[in-house]
Design a protein around this ligand. Structure first.
Ligand code: SAH
Ligand code: SF4
Length: 346
């Protein structure tokens, strides 16, 4: 018989689990701390619970955060993980180390429904949403695999999937990640990247606590953006940017714009001029992401290195905040847009 999985439950869910079995409610908080703060996953080691209760847990519940089934290390030290999920299916998560700074890039869905033309995950279609436990699980698996201990790290929802399409899963995970009795992360270290789901951006801005926001702009005209990102038909650039400005106003916090550079598609002088105007009207930081190729699957090319630098310098010269996110881990196919579990690997 399939026993319930405790990993990913919030305090109230854990409390209910104990109460249903005739045990006191406060054991929920204890189990919560063992799983998320101490990362001890065997209930037999939860020493502040009675021996009998621990035995009951060991037979009537499981604590499953997923399993690492593959590691691919790139020359720059980036490591791409494949993780089998407790609920079935596989995702990829990426560990990055840059001058002592650790960043994890994690997945929120198996596949993605948004079908952006330049993204390998988009070619998979959406298989399903991840649960909070499957999201937090990726984080603690990487923490333990890299022996991070209590080293602080940044978390970006830039792996597989559109995080705001799986709003409840991501928010549930966010609460466990930021709870002082959970992983205790600062919410400022967590960034959600979205292709631009306007109603969810608005909803997130009204949450009592929320992650940082990054929005994938990727084009300066609706005609081009629509071609690259079908979501633009629903929420075109002007609507999206209005939602971003509203975010800044409601939350008092800035947002970031991301821009994947595609040669001949969105990197022209006219694009740069429009970007300049757009950034003046929308005080955001711009991250330029050179396109990461997946030959045979994605039909685009990144601009030359000189062109990428020239675009940045032109915007910098106008006093705009812009930086280039040189891809990391591309030789392990661990860079942005290269994550996918395809039936047949390209
Ligand atoms: N679904 C979310 C988060 C995951 S994608 C989103 O779209 O924002 C994270 C980032 O990778 C996005 O900015 C996306 O535009 C970018 N990206 C997708 N495919 C890429 C590729 N092949 N090369 C470079 N960046 C890519
Ligand atoms: Fe989905 Fe983001 Fe890829 Fe678009 S870029 S298909 S939204 S993961």
């Amino acid at each position: 018989m399939d026993v319930p999985n405790l990993f990913g439950l919030e305090r109230s869910g854990l409390e209910a689990f104990f109460v249903e079995r005739g045990a006191p409610r406060f054991h929920g908080s204890q189990a919560y701390r063992w799983m998320y703060a101490r990362r001890v996953l065997d209930p037999r080691l939860w020493t502040d619970l009675s021996k009998a209760l621990r035995e009951t847990l060991a037979s009537e519940a499981r604590v499953d955060r997923g399993t690492i089934v593959g590691r691919a290390e790139a020359a720059d030290g980036t490591v791409k993980y494949r993780i089998d999920l407790p609920g079935g299916g596989t995702v990829e998560s990426v560990f990055m180390l840059q001058r002592e700074r650790v960043t994890m890039c994690i997945s929120s869905q198996v596949g993605c429904a948004l079908a952006c033309d330049f993204c390998l995950t988009g070619k998979m279609g959406l298989k399903r949403h991840l649960t909070p436990g499957e999201i937090v699980g990726q984080v603690t698996l990487l923490q333990d695999d890299r022996d991070l201990g209590d080293t602080p790290f940044n978390l970006v929802f830039m792996g597989m999937g559109e995080p705001l399409h799986n709003y409840d899963g991501v928010l549930g995970a966010f609460r466990i990640l930021t709870d002082p009795e959970g992983l205790g992360m600062s919410r400022r270290r967590i960034t959600v990247s979205t292709s631009g789901l306007v109603p969810e951006i608005e909803r997130l801005s009204r949450e009592p606590a929320r992650p940082r926001l990054a929005v994938s702009l990727n084009a300066t005209t609706d005609a081009v953006r629509e071609r690259l990102m079908p979501v633009n038909k629903r929420w075109p650039i002007a609507t999206l940017l209005a939602a971003c400005r509203a975010w800044a106003k409601t939350t008092g916090e800035p947002f970031t714009l991301e821009y994947v550079l595609l040669e001949g598609v969105n990197d022209t002088d006219a694009d740069v001029a429009r970007l300049e105007k757009l950034l003046r009207a929308n005080p955001a930081k711009l991250n330029l992401i050179p396109f990461n190729a997946v030959p045979g699957w994605l039909e685009y090319k990144p601009p030359s290195r000189e062109r990428i630098v020239a675009i940045r310098d032109r915007l910098l010269a106008k006093d705009l905040r812009v930086s280039i996110r040189w891809s990391r881990g591309a030789d392990a196919r661990a860079a942005c847009g290269q994550l996918a579990i395809l039936g047949e690997r390209p």
